[in-house]
Write a protein that binds this ligand. Structure first.
Ligand SMILES: NC(=O)c1ccc[n+]([C@@H]2O[C@H](COP(=O)([O-])OP(=O)(O)OC[C@H]3O[C@@H](n4cnc5c(N)ncnc54)[C@H](O)[C@@H]3O)[C@@H](O)[C@H]2O)c1
Ligand SMILES: O=C(O)C[C@H](O)C(=O)O
Length: 350
């Protein structure tokens, strides 16, 4: 077996770069050390429903030179599989808590889709008891091994897991609000799709800002600010707002116990990660919605449009003019968000 691995490593350096320090193929005689230009990206929860297609899409990203896949199960198989793709990113797998530090060391961007998903009848907050501890542990690893990395948090409830991450980083003395981003991109992706359907446009042409947070009424689409400029009937506004706020539940119910959005989420996560990497590279005018430390409202965290740059979030944009419907939605969103943020903070401070 070892001989085959050695031969394969000579023929194709990527072949040997699979699992760190353990079962399976060893990193032997490898000429490619992941030194090509590009960014080092880790996915934590890489063997999951989101993690696998996310890993596939990140392996296709020419800005990625090294891709670390970490999970508590199944990373050997996922890593072996993904590493055969003939794209330039070097893939390495890491399995279990004892390999977390190796997975994180030197990373520029860490994407976290680790944790349990919803089943029908559950809210995202029902995931708190399990996912809060998972995110806390992973962020302790980030604080220790790659404190300067940009962190994209996908694990739900995002409204609480981002404050949890911030508290962990504060405790460790590494908190940089510019580098911590909750991924709300799926809300934007859905909003663009549903609005395009109503307007009879190509979704590529549509840009809907979605602000607030990532659960129910905290998901606040600003339909008065849609680009290209357009108008909606009240019936269309009610339909679109409800569908965008409950898009996640629509998928959870359709999957009937088999999980929540994974494929559209991987697509959204890659769109967002790609924006972060372009910004890290120094590209100008990279603007996306994200759930970040914010002074846009009285709450310490809020999702709105942000400009990304070499250091992460360079500018948090104000909400712009809201109509009466949106102002009422904002009040509801803030009320629920305040509780979710407090719950996350208290979890780490307790
Ligand atoms: N932000 C969003 O828009 C959005 C969208 C969809 C799903 N989500 C959330 O993403 C999370 C993952 O969803 P999924 O469908 O991929 O779930 P999944 O169960 O298919 O995968 C989760 C993966 O996390 C792994 N995991 C569990 N504990 C871990 C730990 N301590 N360290 C590393 N990995 C660990 C599991 O082994 C599994 O492989 C859920 O919390 C879900 O609610 C968020
Ligand atoms: O709805 C969920 O539980 C998953 C995710 O937050 C989503 O919006 O699809």
């Amino acid at each position: 077996m070892e001989r085959i691995a050695r031969i394969a490593a000579h023929l194709n350096p990527q072949f040997s770069l699979q699992m760190e320090g353990g079962s399976g193929l060893e990193r032997v005689d490898c000429r490619a050390k992941g030194g090509s230009p590009g960014f080092k990206v880790a996915i934590l929860g890489a063997a999951g429903g989101i993690g696998q297609p996310l890993a596939l899409l990140m392996k296709m990203n020419p800005l990625v030179s090294v891709l670390h896949l970490y999970d508590v199960v199944n990373t050997p198989g996922v890593t072996a599989d993904i590493s055969h793709m003939d794209t330039s990113a070097v893939v390495r797998g890491f399995l279990g808590q004892q390999q977390l530090e190796d997975a994180l060391t030197g990373m520029d961007l860490v994407i976290i889709p680790a944790g349990v998903p919803r089943k029908p009848g559950m809210t995202r907050d029902d995931l708190f008891n399990i996912n809060a501890g998972i995110v806390k542990t992973l962020c302790e690893g980030i604080a220790k091994c790659c404190p300067k990395a940009i962190v994209n948090i996908i694990s739900n409830p995002v409204n609480s897991t981002v404050p949890i991450a911030a508290e962990v980083f504060k405790k460790a003395g590494t908190f940089d609000p510019k580098r911590l981003l909750g991924v709300t991109m799926l809300d934007v992706v859905r909003a663009n799709t549903f609005v395009a359907e109503v307007l009879g446009l190509d979704p590529k042409e549509v840009d809907v800002p979605v602000v607030g947070g990532h659960a129910g009424v905290t998901i606040l689409p600003l339909l008065s600010q849609v680009k290209p400029p357009c108008s909606f009937t009240q019936k269309e506004i009610d339909y679109l707002t409800d569908r965008i706020q409950n898009g996640g539940t629509e998928v959870v119910e359709a999957k009937a116990g088999a999980g929540s959005a994974t494929l559209s989420m991987a697509f959204a996560a890659v769109k967002f990660a790609d924006a972060c990497l372009h910004a890290l590279r120094g590209d100008a005018n990279i603007v996306q919605c994200a759930y970040v430390a914010s002074e846009v409202t009285e709450l310490p965290f809020f999702a709105s449009k942000v400009r990304l740059g070499r250091n992460g979030v360079e500018e948090v944009y104000p909400l712009g003019p809201l109509n009466e419907y949106e102002r009422a939605g904002l009040e509801k969103a803030k009320k629920e968000l305040a509780g979710s943020i407090q719950k996350g903070i208290a979890f780490v401070r307790k």
